[in-house]
Design a protein around this ligand. Structure first.
Ligand code: SF4
Length: 293
């Protein structure tokens, strides 16, 4: 039987909502500082080395480029300090929310490279990045109406022996309980959010363009989650790692109480239909499916 319809309840998730197992914030902070120092050094070198040549073109040119490079170094330094303090304390600092783009667009690929040089696996760096991203998304005070929330699932969460085609229409699922999709559909119906299954990055992007969500609750592996967070920026994405008891990309699982806890954290209660408010007060005891999905 599926999760909610069976009336059975898994225990409430323990620990932080934002923590992928084994993720370390310290790793992100260390790599962000190292990456930032490298960029600043490269910028300084980029000024010192051609300074003589610039002076031959015009005597003011070395000073002008120096001011511009110092400005760039200052922006990187302020952005990194704000980011590190925000990550460490959980509170925005020096406009750090604006610098979320810096970490998402700019830092992650370089951090992965630096991690590799230091013998740290890309998975570990990505887990740390997802944890930091989740914490930053959680520090935003915004809550979202259910119709603006999209739960995005990877296709490997569907039972491999299931013959139902979900990528075009998830309602084809029979909710037989052999995989988490049925329980997730129950959550979708109870809270009135959108849910879609993506078979790859291109399909995921198409779904986001079609549904136009304001917030995404994404379930995937480290690689797909971190690239999804990068692709959809500035859209806030809260990432939940899937569980892989059968190896990667095969009959994966997700903790339904964790998905429900994340929904309850980000849904705007004022925008919920009256019958769904009970879900927020008593998780797992939601009313029957909404109509009109
Ligand atoms: S996706 Fe298939 S196996 Fe999974 S709950 Fe639906 S019908 Fe059952």
């Amino acid at each position: 039987m599926a999760f909610l319809r069976s009336g059975s309840r898994e225990p409430e998730p323990k620990g932080e909502l934002s923590s992928p197992p084994g993720a370390k914030k310290r790793l992100f902070i260390g790599l962000a500082l190292a990456t930032s120092c490298c960029f600043c050094l490269l910028l300084l070198l980029g000024w010192v080395v051609p300074m003589v040549g610039f002076g031959n073109i015009h005597p003011v040119l070395p000073y002008l480029t120096g001011v511009l490079l110092l400005l760039a170094i200052g922006i990187i330094a302020v952005g990194t300090i704000g980011l590190v303090v925000h990550v460490h304390t959980g509170k925005p600092f020096l406009g750090s929310q604006r610098f979320r783009a810096l970490s998402i667009r700019f830092f992650l690929p370089v951090m992965e490279l630096m991690g590799r040089i230091g013998g740290i696996s890309p998975e570990e760096v990505r887990r740390s990045f997802i944890k930091v991203n989740n914490e930053m998304v959680q520090t935003e005070p915004l809550r979202y109406p259910p119709q603006k929330i999209l739960i995005l699932l990877p296709h490997c969460i569907q039972r491999s022996t299931c013959t139902v085609r979900l990528s075009y229409d998830v309602t084809h699922c029979q909710r037989c309980g052999r995989c988490p999709v049925g329980g997730l559909l129950d959550l979708r119906d109870a809270y009135g959010v959108h849910l879609a299954v993506a078979t790859g990055g291109t399909i995921a992007r198409r779904i986001v363009v079609e549904k136009r969500p304001a917030f995404i609750l994404a379930v995937a592996c480290e690689r797909d989650l971190s690239s999804g967070i990068q692709d959809t920026y500035p859209l806030p994405v809260f990432g939940l790692l899937n569980e892989r008891p059968n190896g990667p990309c095969f009959d994966t699982q997700v903790s339904l109480p964790m998905v429900e806890a994340a929904l309850r954290r980000f849904i705007d209660p004022a925008a919920l239909p009256a019958e769904s408010l009970g879900c927020l007060r008593r998780p797992g005891r939601c009313p029957g499916p909404h109509q009109g999905k």
